[in-house]
Design a protein around this ligand. Structure first.
Ligand SMILES: [Zn+2]
Length: 274
């Protein structure tokens, strides 16, 4: 009799445990589904069409080349001018953004900080690492450095260690071709390999990060080259020329900053991007 009671009790117990564990399983399953649903809402984003991207307000993108007291012209600013430019941008409430943020804004309508500006540098000059980056970091800003990979470790140009250091400090490293040949001249498969694919592989190895952004050498591009670049890069940057309405992500406009006053800089930003 007592044995029967024990068996019965065990049976009831096992039913209880089994229903508990089922409830747990159901609970787990519900939990999993919820997290999958959440994942879906964040990853399944509908990309804007080219027309929608063209219609979005443009974000100012500055383009610096040389920073030295040595020479004058459209492609050179003095270190003192560069410092005042960064200071006035910071003091005026501008926030430097990364090209990834710009891409997410253009394609997925993600929000940007107030008064966004992207600050970029072409041609891998040594002063980008010795002057520009420290000034920007002091002002809480980060830049985008477009590297011509033929210049590695050459006189007046950044070393591979300096490029790696920029990436480590939170700046973005982009590509500016191997030897500054314009993208409209890449005809053969071998040209794309030499100017784009091999440099991407080298820069990725140096920085340990993907290379997703390109600046057109001499600012020159056409529709065909924009299509070619879209296979490699999220965004390509041109100068303040007309955009390709079919490939607007591969010709994002920038303004070249010469040695100008801070007032002229702010005016130029408004004129070019509004
Ligand atoms: Zn250049």
């Amino acid at each position: 009799m007592s044995r029967k009671i024990i068996f019965f009790s065990l049976f009831i117990c096992s039913l209880f445990i089994s229903s508990c564990s089922n409830a747990n399983k159901k609970g787990d399953k519900t939990k999993t589904t919820t997290s999958e649903e959440q994942k879906d809402t964040t990853t399944q984003q509908v990309a804007n069409t080219a027309a929608q991207i063209m219609a979005k307000p443009q974000v100012p993108v500055l383009c610096y080349h040389r920073i030295t007291d040595g020479s004058k012209g459209d492609y050179t600013v003095s270190p003192a001018t560069f410092s005042t430019h960064m200071k006035v941008l910071a003091d005026s409430g501008y926030h430097s953004i990364s090209p990834t943020q710009l891409y997410d804004y253009l394609v997925y309508n993600k929000s940007l900080p107030a008064n966004p500006v992207m600050i970029s540098f072409d041609d891998s000059r040594i002063e980008h690492s010795t002057i520009a980056a420290p000034v920007m970091e002091r002002n809480g800003m980060r830049g985008v450095f477009f590297i011509m990979t033929i210049t590695y470790n050459k006189k007046n140009y950044m070393t591979t260690d300096e490029i790696a250091q920029l990436a480590k400090a939170g700046h973005t490293i982009g590509l500016h071709s191997w030897d500054h040949t314009m993208v409209t001249k890449y005809k053969e498969e071998a040209d794309w390999k030499k100017q784009v694919e091999e440099p991407i592989a080298k820069l990725t190895k140096i920085t340990g990060k993907p290379v997703e952004f390109w600046a057109h050498p001499n600012g020159v591009f056409n529709h065909e080259s924009a299509v070619g670049l879209s296979k490699y890069f999220k965004l390509s940057f041109a100068l303040s020329t007309k955009r390709d309405s079919i490939q607007p992500l591969q010709c994002v406009r920038r303004v070249i900053v010469p040695d100008m006053s801070t007032q002229a800089l702010l005016k130029s930003m408004r004129r070019t991007f509004n």
